[in-house]
Design a protein around this ligand. Structure first.
Ligand code: URA
Length: 203
């Protein structure tokens, strides 16, 4: 096992035992994240939902099915990428995670980023983009204005190409948003295959 895989396993163990915020009291399973320890692409969602809490795996419900389709559009498999969330335990009733919960979980995300050293970070939704932009000291106003633009950010001591997009669940509630997510994942496909260099915008 390589060092990245060992560190990810240590993080996962700590996440499963974590009591840093009240969410631990409601969980069936914590959801540390999963995928390739050497992934070039890391996707960061918001928080586990009902199915994720049940199985201890990220994006295995309806939003996960849509995410799988989007990854296919980008020419990527789930095995090639690493998928995690900002918050590793399900907020009760699928409510949005609080600032305190996101803050309590941030050290795990930082360690995952440092272990994997991804070249590309895809932020799924406003909570993810808010946390990642915040870690880089970059301004984030809304997911609608940030989505679809690649930014070079310095997060967790790494320089990453950050691509914010809408959360896949947004397209489940409003199918008209699906086209925007598709466009962003096509751009991800270009980025991952080494193209789209001119689209990067320095802060
Ligand atoms: N939504 C998320 O943000 N993460 C999951 O793991 C599932 C649904």
């Amino acid at each position: 096992m390589c060092e990245a895989a060992r560190e990810l396993e240590r993080v996962a163990e700590e996440v499963r035992a974590c009591r840093r915020c009240p969410l631990h009291a409601h969980r069936t399973n914590a959801v540390p994240g999963e995928g390739n320890p050497c992934a070039r692409v890391m996707l960061i969602g918001e928080a586990p939902g009902y199915n994720e809490d049940l199985h201890g795996r990220p994006f295995v419900g309806a939003a996960g099915n849509l995410l799988n389709e989007m990854l296919k559009l980008a020419g990527l498999s789930r095995e090639a990428v690493f998928i995690t969330n900002v918050v590793k335990c399900r907020p009760p009733g699928n409510r949005e995670p609080s600032e305190e919960e996101k803050e309590a979980c941030k050290p795990f995300l930082i360690r995952q980023l440092r272990a994997i050293k991804p070249e590309i970070v895809v932020c799924l939704g406003r909570h993810s983009a808010g946390v990642v932009f915040g870690m880089a000291g970059a301004k984030f106003s809304s997911i609608m204005s940030a989505r679809g633009t690649v930014r070079l950010l310095r997060v967790a001591g790494l320089e990453v190409k950050c691509l914010p997009t809408l959360h896949p669940a947004a397209a489940l509630y409003n199918p008209r948003l699906r086209g925007l997510i598709e466009a962003d994942f096509r751009l991800l496909g270009q980025l991952a295959s080494g193209g789209a260099g001119g689209l990067e915008r320095w802060l």
